[in-house]
Write a protein that binds this ligand. Structure first.
Ligand SMILES: Cc1cc2nc3c(=O)[nH]c(=O)nc-3n(C[C@H](O)[C@H](O)[C@H](O)COP(=O)(O)OP(=O)(O)OC[C@H]3O[C@@H](n4cnc5c(N)ncnc54)[C@H](O)[C@@H]3O)c2cc1C
Length: 587
C-alpha cells in the first residue's frame, strides 16, 4: 500500500504532504462536466419548483428523481454493466456536493443514490444486481433504506423486525415496523434490516413495495425538508423470496454500519452545496439591503458572519475531497491484488470510519452555523417564508440527527481513535517523547509553522487518549463528555490540517494576489482551531485529572496550543471583501 495514503485515523500519528493530497481544484474534465450537469439540473428542475416540491401532494420530488435518472444522475456510482456510469467515489461526492444545494430534493436524491441503491451495489449478488440496479440507475424505480424502528433508533441493532423461514424454505416471512423512512412514500425497493428467527444480529433483505403486506403509512409532518417523503412502513407477513437475502445471514449489522459510513461522508459533501447556496443568498442580500444610508455589507459585524460562513465551508470542502480521493486510492491499490471492485470500495470506505464520522459532525454543524447566520444577515426577512434562507434554516437541522446523531458520531470518532488508531502504538513512549518535544512555532517558514501547529494539536489528542486509557481502562467509553471533547479536538485538527494541505497546494494553482485570500482563510482557521483545541482539552482534563498531574498536563496543553498572533478582524474583513465583490460564493 502506498504509504502516503493514511487511513483509519492514522493522520493522528503521521503528517501528510500537500503533493499527496487531492483538492477539488484538481477535478478532471469529465468531473467538471458532471458538476455542470448537476448545476443545470437544479436550475431547470429544482429551484423553480421549491414550493411545489414542499407541497407533497404534487408528487414532484418523485417526478424530479425520475428526470434525474433520465439524465444519468442516479447512476453515477452504479457499475456500467447495470446501466450506470461506474464513476469513482470522488465523482459521486462531487455530485452529492452539487445536489446538496437542492433543499428537500437533495435528501431524496441522497437517500436514493446512497443508502437506497448502494447496499445492492456493494452487497448484492449478480442476480440481485441485474434485477434491481438498472431500474434504480435509470430512475424507473426509487429506493429507500429501512433500519430505524419506533424503539430502535441510535441502538439500531435492537430492532424487533423478524424474518422467519417459511415451511417450504422458499420465503422469509417478514413482520415489523420501520420508522422515519426517507423516500418511504414512493420507493419501489427497500433494503430492510431484520433478525432471522432468534438471531442476535441483523440480516438485510431486498423488499419490493408492491408485495403483499407492505403498508406505507401517511407522511410525517416535519420541521424541515418538507418535500422529502418520510413515512413509517409496516411489514405484515410479507413473503420475501429467500433469494432476496442481501449478503449473508447475520451480515446485516455490518452492512448497515458500512452503508452509514458512506452516508456520513456523503452528508459531509451534501451540506457543502447547501452552504454555498446560502452564502450566495446571504451576500446578495447584504449587498442590497440598506440601513443607516448604506448597504449592510459595509458593517463589520455582517462581514464577520460572511467571512466565517466562507471559512467553515472552505475548510469542510478541503477535508471532504481529501478523504474522498484517499478512498479512491485505497480502492485502486487493493484492486491491483484482484477482487470484486464493489466489495473493495465499501471496505475502503470502512477504513475511513473515523473521518466519516468527523466529517458528518463538522459538516452538519458547519451548515447549521451558515444557515443560522444566513437568517441573521437577512434580519426580519430571514424569518419570512418568502426567502430561501428560511427554508435552508429549517432543512439544515435534520443533518445533526440522521446518519447517526452527532452525539453518537462524536463517540465513534473518539472510540475509533482510542481503540483502532492506537492499535500497536506504544502510547506511553509516544507521550514521553511529546513531553520532551520542542513545541515552539518558528514562523520563518509559513507552512512548516502551520504543520507544526497541527502536529501539536494531534499531540494534545494523544496526551488525552493516553491519560484516558490509564485512568479508565476499557471503561473510558462511559466518559462521554470527555470523549466529546476529544472528538472535537480530533475533528477540528483533521479539518485544520486538510485546509493547510489544500492552501499549500493552491500556491501552484492560484496567482500570488489570488492566493493571499486562502492564506487569510488558513490563518483564521488555524488560529481558531488552536483556541478550540485548548478549550476542549482543558475541559477534558479538568474532568479527570487533579493536583500536580493536572498542572503538568495543563502546562503541556498550553504549550501545544500556543497561537501565532493573527489579526482575525482584518483577515475576516478581507475574506468578506472578496465575497462581497463577487456577490456569490466563489472560493
Ligand atoms: C427526517 C428523517 C429521515 C430519516 N431517514 C431515515 C431513513 O431513511 N432510514 C432509516 O433507517 N432511518 C432514518 N431516520 C432515522 C434516524 O437515523 C434516527 O432518527 C436517528 O438515528 C436517531 O434515532 P432516534 O430518532 O430514535 O433517536 P434516539 O436514538 O432516541 O436519540 C435521542 C437522543 O439521545 C441521544 N442518544 C441516544 N443514544 C445515545 C448514547 N448511546 N449516548 C449518547 N447519546 C445517545 C441521541 O444522540 C439523541 O440526542 C430518519 C430520521 C428523520 C428524522
Amino acid at each position: 500500500m502506498d504509504n502516503e495514503i493514511l487511513k483509519s485515523g492514522e493522520f493522528l500519528l503521521k503528517e501528510s504532504t500537500a503533493e499527496a493530497t487531492f483538492i477539488i481544484e484538481e477535478i478532471d474534465e469529465e468531473q467538471q462536466m458532471i458538476r455542470q450537469t448537476c448545476r443545470d439540473f437544479l436550475e431547470a428542475e429544482v429551484f423553480p419548483n421549491l414550493e411545489a416540491i414542499e407541497d407533497k401532494k404534487t408528487g414532484m420530488t418523485s417526478e424530479i428523481l425520475g428526470k434525474a435518472g433520465e439524465l444519468g444522475l442516479l447512476g453515477i456510482s452504479v457499475p456500467e454493466e447495470y446501466e450506470g456510469f461506474g464513476q469513482a467515489f470522488t465523482t459521486s461526492m462531487l455530485a452529492s456536493d452539487e445536489m446538496g444545494a437542492g433543499y428537500s430534493f437533495s435528501v431524496a436524491y441522497s437517500a436514493h443514490t446512497g443508502i437506497g441503491t448502494m447496499p445492492i451495489v456493494y452487497y448484492g449478488n449478480e442476480e440481485q444486481r441485474q434485477k434491481y440496479l438498472p431500474p434504480l440507475a435509470t430512475g424507473e424505480w426509487r429506493a429507500a433504506y429501512c433500519l430505524t424502528e419506533p424503539t430502535a433508533g441510535s441502538d439500531a441493532n435492537s430492532g424487533k423486525t423478524r424474518a422467519v423461514l417459511s415451511e417450504d424454505g422458499k420465503h422469509y416471512i417478514l413482520n415489523g415496523v420501520k420508522m422515519w423512512i426517507t423516500n418511504g412514500g414512493f420507493a419501489d425497493v427497500f433494503t430492510v434490516f431484520a433478525k432471522i428467527d432468534n438471531d442476535r444480529v441483523l440480516s438485510a433483505f431486498i423488499v419490493e413495495s408492491a408485495w403483499e403486506g407492505v403498508q406505507v403509512q401517511p407522511e410525517e409532518k416535519k420541521m424541515g425538508i418538507k418535500g422529502s417523503s418520510t413515512t413509517q412502513i409496516f411489514f405484515n407477513d410479507v413473503k420475501v423470496p429467500v433469494e432476496n437475502l442481501l449478503g449473508k445471514r447475520g451480515q446485516g449489522f455490518r452492512i448497515a454500519l458500512n452503508i452509514l459510513h458512506m452516508g456520513r461522508i456523503k452528508l459531509g459533501a451534501a451540506v457543502q452545496g447547501a452552504a454555498k447556496r446560502t452564502i450566495s443568498n446571504s451576500v446578495a442580500y447584504a449587498n442590497e439591503r440598506k440601513q443607516f444610508n448604506q448597504v449592510i455589507a459595509n458593517f463589520g459585524a455582517i462581514q464577520y458572519k460572511l467571512a466565517e460562513q466562507v471559512i467553515r465551508t472552505f475548510a469542510n470542502e478541503s477535508a471532504v475531497y481529501r478523504v474522498s480521493k484517499n478512498i479512491d486510492r485505497v480502492v485502486a491499490e487493493k484492486l491491483k491484488e484482484g477482487g470484486d471492485k464493489h466489495a473493495i470500495t465499501i471496505e475502503a470506505i470502512g477504513f475511513y470510519a473515523l473521518e466519516a464520522a468527523a466529517l458528518k459532525v463538522y459538516g452538519s454543524e458547519m451548515l447549521d452555523y451558515v444557515v443560522d447566520e444566513g437568517v441573521q444577515i437577512h434580519g426580519g426577512m430571514g424569518y419570512s417564508a418568502e426567502t430561501e434562507v428560511e427554508r435552508g434554516y429549517r432543512d439544515s437541522r435534520i443533518n445533526r440527527i440522521f446518519e447517526g446523531t452527532n452525539e453518537i458520531n462524536r463517540i465513534i470518532v473518539a472510540e475509533h481513535a482510542i481503540n483502532k488508531s492506537m492499535k500497536g502504538v506504544d502510547l506511553k513512549a509516544l507521550v514521553a517523547e511529546i513531553k520532551q518535544r520542542d513545541t515552539q512555532i518558528d514562523t520563518s517558514d509559513y507552512f512548516a509553522a502551520k504543520a507544526k501547529m497541527n502536529m501539536n494539536f494531534k499531540a494534545v489528542a494523544l496526551l488525552i487518549i493516553e491519560r484516558l486509557q490509564e485512568k479508565f481502562g476499557r471503561k473510558f467509553i462511559q466518559e462521554q463528555e470527555i470523549l466529546s471533547n476529544l472528538a472535537n479536538i480530533i475533528m477540528h485538527t483533521y479539518v485544520s490540517e486538510s485546509t493547510k494541505l489544500r492552501v499549500e497546494k493552491l500556491q501552484h494553482i492560484k496567482t500570488g494576489d489570488e492566493w493571499n485570500i486562502y492564506r487569510d482563510i488558513l490563518d483564521t482557521l488555524t488560529y481558531d482551531t488552536a483556541n478550540l483545541v485548548r478549550t476542549n482539552a482543558m475541559v477534558a482534563i479538568d474532568a479527570f485529572l487533579e493536583g500536580e498531574e493536572r498542572a503538568e498536563y495543563a502546562g503541556l496543553i498550553y504549550r501545544l496550543t500556543e497561537n501565532i498572533p493573527v489579526n482575525t478582524k482584518e483577515t475576516r474583513r478581507r475574506i468578506a471583501a472578496k465575497l462581497i465583490e463577487d456577490n456569490r460564493y466563489d472560493f
